[in-house]
Every structure is written in structure tokens, then in C-alpha cells.
Design a protein around this ligand. Sequence first.
Ligand SMILES: [Zn+2]
Length: 133
Amino acid sequence: MTDRTNWKAKLSSDAYHVTRQAGTERPFTGVLLNEDRSGTYLCKCCGSTLFDASAKFDAGCGWPSFDKQTSDGNVGYREDSSHGMQRVEIYCLSCDAHLGHVFRDGPTETGQRYCVNSLSMDFKTSDGEKIAG
Ligand SMILES: [Zn+2]
């Protein structure tokens, strides 16, 4: 765990709010929402691999969406009853960054919809280009 990390100094204020205070970015504002190149989505805070681009799909909800995490298994799950809703929060097991929520209404064969804040991630293309979410 990296509890002593000065996340406020490392992150933009928006990314800090989302990842360290379980905030939610406004829908349809994320840099990575319409990203469709092949590559890997990483935790913005610690760089852990979270999702492969092959699992990304357009859910129409305004946030980057995936139908499964990678076999690395860096995405954790926990019950979230905030805002009067029963949801399952997803977070980074390495650094505890809030990522978003997962729902069981996905349109693909996994039936899962990982709804992730663009601000929680960086994207590394197959060519090695890195894009901040
Ligand atoms: Zn992390």
C-alpha cells in the first residue's frame, strides 16, 4: 500500500477527486471515452494494468466501458451504498484508487459493464504512446 504517497501533489485536482475521493467525472467529458486503438489501460495513480482495449465497448453511458478486467486481476470489488444506491465499486487493488462501478447489464457474453472514469486511467497504445485519461 502507498498510503504515504502525496496524491495531491502527483495528480490533477480532478483526478485526485475521482481516484482518491471516489468522485465521478461528468459523463461524455473523458479523454479516453472514444479511444478505440489497441493497447492497455493503466491505473492513473500507480500504473497497474487494469483493462485491455479489446474489452472496451461503447455503452452509450458517457464513460469508458469494458466487459472484463485483464487476467492480471488488479481490479477489486466492494459494496457501495452511497448516494442511496446499491452498487459495486471497482478500485485498484495496488493503490486503492477509485475507478468506477461494475454493473451486470453488459451487452456482451460476459454480461458485465465496467463503467470507469477516464480520469482514473492512462492509456498506453500498442505502439507505446501514452495518453493521460
Ligand atoms: Zn493503482
